[in-house]
Design a protein around this ligand. Structure first.
Ligand code: HEC
Length: 148
Protein backbone atom coordinates (compact mmCIF):
# COMPACT_ATOMS: atom_id res chain seq x y z
CA UNK A 1 0.00 0.00 0.00
CA UNK A 2 2.76 2.41 1.00
CA UNK A 3 4.67 1.75 -2.24
CA UNK A 4 1.58 2.35 -4.26
CA UNK A 5 1.03 5.68 -2.53
CA UNK A 6 4.64 6.74 -3.13
CA UNK A 7 4.44 5.70 -6.78
CA UNK A 8 1.18 7.62 -7.14
CA UNK A 9 2.66 10.74 -5.54
CA UNK A 10 5.67 10.60 -7.91
CA UNK A 11 3.38 10.17 -10.89
CA UNK A 12 1.25 13.14 -9.87
CA UNK A 13 4.36 15.29 -9.35
CA UNK A 14 5.59 14.41 -12.85
CA UNK A 15 2.30 15.08 -14.61
CA UNK A 16 2.56 18.89 -15.13
CA UNK A 17 5.93 18.44 -16.85
CA UNK A 18 4.44 15.89 -19.25
CA UNK A 19 1.44 18.02 -20.18
CA UNK A 20 1.79 20.41 -23.15
CA UNK A 21 1.37 24.06 -22.09
CA UNK A 22 -2.15 25.17 -23.10
CA UNK A 23 -2.24 27.20 -26.32
CA UNK A 24 -3.00 30.91 -25.75
CA UNK A 25 -6.36 32.10 -27.17
CA UNK A 26 -6.28 33.07 -30.86
CA UNK A 27 -6.22 36.78 -31.71
CA UNK A 28 -7.78 37.40 -35.11
CA UNK A 29 -7.77 41.22 -34.87
CA UNK A 30 -5.95 43.25 -37.48
CA UNK A 31 -2.86 45.07 -36.16
CA UNK A 32 -2.95 48.80 -36.91
CA UNK A 33 0.44 50.44 -36.68
CA UNK A 34 0.34 53.93 -35.17
CA UNK A 35 3.07 56.30 -34.01
CA UNK A 36 3.24 56.90 -30.25
CA UNK A 37 1.39 60.23 -30.19
CA UNK A 38 -1.82 59.16 -31.96
CA UNK A 39 -1.77 55.86 -30.06
CA UNK A 40 -1.50 57.72 -26.73
CA UNK A 41 -4.30 60.10 -27.78
CA UNK A 42 -6.47 57.15 -28.73
CA UNK A 43 -5.78 55.43 -25.42
CA UNK A 44 -6.78 58.47 -23.40
CA UNK A 45 -9.96 58.75 -25.53
CA UNK A 46 -10.72 55.10 -24.83
CA UNK A 47 -10.26 55.53 -21.10
CA UNK A 48 -12.60 58.49 -21.18
CA UNK A 49 -15.19 56.55 -23.25
CA UNK A 50 -15.22 53.87 -20.59
CA UNK A 51 -15.62 56.39 -17.78
CA UNK A 52 -18.35 58.23 -19.69
CA UNK A 53 -20.18 54.96 -20.30
CA UNK A 54 -20.00 54.16 -16.60
CA UNK A 55 -21.41 57.58 -15.70
CA UNK A 56 -24.20 57.22 -18.25
CA UNK A 57 -25.28 53.87 -16.78
CA UNK A 58 -25.33 55.50 -13.33
CA UNK A 59 -27.52 58.36 -14.60
CA UNK A 60 -29.88 55.90 -16.28
CA UNK A 61 -30.22 53.98 -13.01
CA UNK A 62 -31.20 57.25 -11.31
CA UNK A 63 -33.58 58.02 -14.18
CA UNK A 64 -31.60 61.20 -14.85
CA UNK A 65 -31.89 61.06 -18.63
CA UNK A 66 -30.92 64.69 -19.14
CA UNK A 67 -27.52 64.14 -17.51
CA UNK A 68 -27.04 60.86 -19.43
CA UNK A 69 -27.77 62.72 -22.66
CA UNK A 70 -25.34 65.53 -21.90
CA UNK A 71 -22.47 63.19 -20.93
CA UNK A 72 -22.94 61.10 -24.07
CA UNK A 73 -22.97 64.04 -26.44
CA UNK A 74 -20.06 65.90 -24.85
CA UNK A 75 -17.74 62.96 -24.26
CA UNK A 76 -18.58 60.48 -27.05
CA UNK A 77 -20.93 62.17 -29.49
CA UNK A 78 -20.23 64.17 -32.63
CA UNK A 79 -19.34 67.21 -30.48
CA UNK A 80 -16.39 65.30 -29.02
CA UNK A 81 -14.75 64.82 -32.42
CA UNK A 82 -11.56 66.67 -33.25
CA UNK A 83 -10.84 67.71 -29.68
CA UNK A 84 -7.16 66.77 -30.03
CA UNK A 85 -6.57 68.96 -33.08
CA UNK A 86 -4.30 71.35 -31.16
CA UNK A 87 -2.01 68.63 -29.77
CA UNK A 88 -2.24 66.27 -32.74
CA UNK A 89 -1.54 68.81 -35.52
CA UNK A 90 -2.69 66.46 -38.23
CA UNK A 91 -1.31 63.36 -36.46
CA UNK A 92 -4.61 62.34 -34.84
CA UNK A 93 -5.48 58.64 -34.54
CA UNK A 94 -8.06 58.76 -37.37
CA UNK A 95 -5.32 59.46 -39.91
CA UNK A 96 -3.67 56.11 -39.18
CA UNK A 97 -6.83 54.02 -39.18
CA UNK A 98 -7.80 51.78 -42.11
CA UNK A 99 -11.08 53.01 -43.69
CA UNK A 100 -13.26 50.39 -42.00
CA UNK A 101 -11.81 51.24 -38.60
CA UNK A 102 -12.31 54.98 -39.12
CA UNK A 103 -15.90 54.27 -40.19
CA UNK A 104 -16.41 52.26 -36.99
CA UNK A 105 -15.16 55.24 -35.01
CA UNK A 106 -17.62 57.54 -36.78
CA UNK A 107 -20.38 55.00 -36.13
CA UNK A 108 -19.58 55.22 -32.43
CA UNK A 109 -19.82 59.02 -32.42
CA UNK A 110 -23.09 58.83 -34.39
CA UNK A 111 -24.53 56.20 -32.02
CA UNK A 112 -23.61 58.35 -28.99
CA UNK A 113 -25.27 61.42 -30.54
CA UNK A 114 -28.36 59.33 -31.37
CA UNK A 115 -28.43 58.06 -27.77
CA UNK A 116 -28.16 61.67 -26.52
CA UNK A 117 -31.23 62.61 -28.60
CA UNK A 118 -33.28 59.60 -27.48
CA UNK A 119 -32.33 60.08 -23.81
CA UNK A 120 -33.35 63.73 -24.03
CA UNK A 121 -36.83 62.65 -25.13
CA UNK A 122 -37.17 60.98 -21.70
CA UNK A 123 -38.04 57.38 -22.67
CA UNK A 124 -35.84 55.15 -20.52
CA UNK A 125 -36.49 51.89 -22.41
CA UNK A 126 -35.69 53.51 -25.75
CA UNK A 127 -32.62 55.10 -24.19
CA UNK A 128 -31.36 51.69 -23.04
CA UNK A 129 -31.81 50.31 -26.56
CA UNK A 130 -29.96 53.29 -28.02
CA UNK A 131 -27.16 52.85 -25.48
CA UNK A 132 -26.69 49.29 -26.65
CA UNK A 133 -26.06 50.63 -30.15
CA UNK A 134 -23.20 52.60 -28.60
CA UNK A 135 -21.69 49.60 -26.83
CA UNK A 136 -22.15 47.51 -30.00
CA UNK A 137 -19.95 50.01 -31.80
CA UNK A 138 -17.24 49.56 -29.12
CA UNK A 139 -17.49 45.79 -29.50
CA UNK A 140 -17.39 45.88 -33.32
CA UNK A 141 -14.12 47.79 -33.41
CA UNK A 142 -12.51 45.95 -30.50
CA UNK A 143 -13.19 42.59 -32.13
CA UNK A 144 -11.64 43.74 -35.43
CA UNK A 145 -8.58 45.88 -34.63
CA UNK A 146 -5.69 46.22 -32.24
CA UNK A 147 -2.84 48.70 -32.02
CA UNK A 148 -0.32 46.51 -30.21
C1 HEC B 1 -12.63 52.67 -34.02
C2 HEC B 1 -12.34 51.55 -33.16
C3 HEC B 1 -12.72 51.60 -31.69
C4 HEC B 1 -13.91 52.00 -31.14
C5 HEC B 1 -15.18 52.45 -31.85
C6 HEC B 1 -13.75 51.86 -29.71
N1 HEC B 1 -12.50 51.41 -29.42
FE1 HEC B 1 -11.71 51.17 -27.56
N2 HEC B 1 -9.94 50.58 -28.36
C7 HEC B 1 -9.70 50.41 -29.72
C8 HEC B 1 -8.37 49.87 -29.91
C9 HEC B 1 -7.75 49.52 -31.25
C10 HEC B 1 -7.81 49.72 -28.63
C11 HEC B 1 -6.43 49.18 -28.29
C12 HEC B 1 -6.52 47.69 -28.19
C13 HEC B 1 -5.19 47.04 -28.42
O1 HEC B 1 -4.38 47.56 -29.18
O2 HEC B 1 -4.98 45.96 -27.84
C14 HEC B 1 -8.82 50.18 -27.68
C15 HEC B 1 -8.66 50.17 -26.30
C16 HEC B 1 -9.66 50.48 -25.40
C17 HEC B 1 -9.49 50.46 -23.97
C18 HEC B 1 -8.21 50.13 -23.23
C19 HEC B 1 -7.46 51.43 -22.94
C20 HEC B 1 -6.17 51.19 -22.15
O3 HEC B 1 -6.23 51.39 -20.94
O4 HEC B 1 -5.18 50.78 -22.75
C21 HEC B 1 -10.70 50.78 -23.43
C22 HEC B 1 -11.06 50.89 -21.95
C23 HEC B 1 -11.62 51.03 -24.52
N3 HEC B 1 -10.95 50.84 -25.72
C24 HEC B 1 -12.94 51.38 -24.37
C25 HEC B 1 -13.82 51.64 -25.42
C26 HEC B 1 -15.24 51.94 -25.26
C27 HEC B 1 -15.98 51.97 -23.93
C28 HEC B 1 -15.73 52.15 -26.50
C29 HEC B 1 -17.13 52.50 -26.92
C30 HEC B 1 -17.80 53.59 -26.27
C31 HEC B 1 -14.63 51.99 -27.45
N4 HEC B 1 -13.50 51.68 -26.75
C32 HEC B 1 -14.75 52.14 -28.80
C33 HEC B 1 -10.55 50.74 -30.74
C34 HEC B 1 -11.84 51.23 -30.61
Amino acid sequence: MRHILIALAMLLAALPALAQPPAPPQDARQLVDMPDLPRALMRSDMQDHLMALNEIIGYLAENNLAAASETAEKRMGQSSMGKHAYIARGQGPGRFMPDTMRQMGWNMHDAATEFAKVAKSGDQAKAMAALQQVTSSCVACHMSFRTR
